[in-house]
Design a protein around this ligand. Sequence first.
Ligand code: ZN
Ligand code: ZN
Length: 333
Amino acid sequence: MPAMKTDMLGSHLSVAGGYVNALREAERLGMQTVQIFTKNQRQWKASPMDPAAMNDWLTELHRLKWTQTVSHASYLINLATPADEHFAKSIDSMTDEVERAEALEVRYVVVHPGSSLDSSEEAGIDRLVKALDEITKRTRGFNAIICLETTVGGGNQIGGRFEHLGAIRQRLAQPERVGTCFDTCHVTAAGYDMSTAKAVKAVFEQYDAIVGLDHLLCFHLNDSKFGVGSHRDRHEHIGLGEVGLPCFEHIMRSRKFARTPKILETEKAETDDGTPWDTINLRQLRALAEKRKTAAGPRSKAATPKAGQPTGRKKAGSQTRKPSQPRRSRKTT
Ligand SMILES: [Zn+2]
Ligand SMILES: [Zn+2]
């Protein structure tokens, strides 16, 4: 096989049986990075990391020379909450997330900005700034960078508008410690149409003007079951949802993002013939990346996926069916 171009594609993979298993699986699937949970994402209490498990991870990480790995913080954390007790608990828990990432030499810690609940958007943003300043103060000098994720923006959720992320970053004491994670499903559901080349270009120009593309340090590449402005968070396989292939094309072909981690958070089920859906989604994304290279010459079949139909789908044996029993236990949002 020819040497693979750097595209920094990865997936959120299970750490069952040890952190190292996520790295091994990512390598087996032909990825260049991975996203993990460093502790149970639905519990506050977490025991310290097992030294042997850490060591196994680090040994493998160094062999692979992966410097762009990602962790996803607990869903219980709400750094925008007006409730003092939950706020303090969230800061402690997020500090622990950053410390774990640092120990595992994980570069990016993605966190949902949270919800201002019954307080105003401004109050939520104030809380986030305060929380992030406290966390980066407690972890001063660390390499790990916190990435605020774009959200679908329902209710009083912070992160559904680029302005939220821009406003937060502008006020931070240590802005170099905080970047953003762009989730294609969430941005679509939040109300940004990226379904044509022109539209996606405009959305990224907006992001650049409001947040800054230099601070976009991680992608979650998910298609969306629901449409633009639906405010509903349901991930779909690449090309089978409402995001539109032009969005993924734009990201995959942008030189600016060549080394930016691009994490699949789509369902990990297999097709009827046993092909992992991650493999199919990777093929689809890589075909989109190759499209320009072959545009002048004869196009190979793999380089021209039909809109809305991932490459390799036919090969995968199922004509129109989705995997019958997709596993939801490792669902990431
Ligand atoms: Zn999601
Ligand atoms: Zn995400």
